[in-house]
Design a protein around this ligand. Structure first.
Ligand SMILES: Nc1ncnc2c1ncn2[C@@H]1O[C@H](COP(=O)(O)OP(=O)(O)OP(=O)(O)O)[C@@H](O)[C@H]1O
Ligand SMILES: [Mg+2]
Length: 239
């Protein structure tokens, strides 16, 4: 049987900021409706890799194939139109708009489908339904993170890239955020999950990559990485 080609295929990607080589020859794949984790220390190049995939920074070399098409060089809005959506680090909420207004903005590519999408978002995060009239800036950190994910889901992404969704959240809220991930994939969305919380990420993902100073140093089934001594030592606080 022929193996199906993955939804996202990054091949030998290099990204620099001036002289800083942030990403140095990364290759990775995200299959359709799968969760793939990307872990690594501060400055490893995780955010840069996501930004290169979503077209915010232009790679020096390499390919980003999505559904077989190379995205490198396409403007951001063209990439969003292909339903590749990144939830940035730090959430980027419009603080002076309400929850509902933020969600409606997320649907900008598919205005015709905004209402059913809104219903799905509220089903995913019932807490946002209760708070739909509240200004986004007055939500708690965890609620803002939920809103950021819900807003990204409004565009019905085929690929959702989450950049450290657990950042700054209490463990209970981290679990609540991670609990929604399988629901996203059951709707057909593939997830590329960047995390410092390696344990939660590896428990949620099917496959994972470890990035170190811009290079993939380890990859494999997430369960295998979770058990690997070098991962335990460096990322899971083991001995
Ligand atoms: N706009 C920029 N200009 C110059 N250097 C940058 C820029 N953005 C990132 N870098 C550098 O590129 C490297 C990779 O940064 P990146 O933000 O991708 O790391 P990261 O893995 O996301 O780290 P963190 O876990 O801290 O978010 C770092 O050395 C960083 O200082
Ligand atoms: Mg980052």
């Amino acid at each position: 049987m022929l193996a199906r080609s993955p939804l996202l295929e990054v091949e030998d990607l290099h990204v620099s900021y001036g002289k800083i080589r942030a990403v140095q020859g990364v290759s990775l794949a995200v299959p359709e409706a799968a969760v793939v984790a990307l872990i690594g220390a501060n400055g490893a190049g995780k955010t840069t890799l996501l930004r290169a995939i979503s077209g915010v920074v232009r790679p020096r070399r390499g390919a980003v194939r999505f559904g077989g098409e190379d995205l490198v060089g396409l403007p951001v809005h063209q990439i969003v139109r292909r339903r590749v959506v990144q939830v940035p680090e730090g959430r980027g909420m419009l603080a002076r708009m309400t929850v509902l207004e933020n969600l409606r903005l997320g649907a900008f590519t598919r205005r015709d489908e905004a209402e059913p999408a809104l219903e799905r978002a509220f089903t995913l995060f019932p807490r946002l339904r209760e708070r739909r009239g509240q200004l986004a800036g007055s939500l708690s950190g965890g609620e803002q993170q939920m809103l950021a994910i819900a807003r990204a889901m409004m565009a019905r992404p085929r690929l959702l890239m989450l950049d450290e969704p657990s950042l700054g959240l209490a463990p209970l809220l981290v679990r609540e955020i991670f609990r929604t991930i399988p629901r996203l994939t059951s709707e057909g969305t593939a997830v590329l999950l960047v995390e410092q919380n390696a344990r939660m990420a590896l428990q949620s993902a099917a496959h994972a990559y470890v990035l170190q100073t811009g290079r993939v140093v380890l990859s494999g089934p997430a369960a295998e990485l979770l058990a690997a001594p070098e991962v335990q030592r460096a990322y899971l606080g083991g001995v």
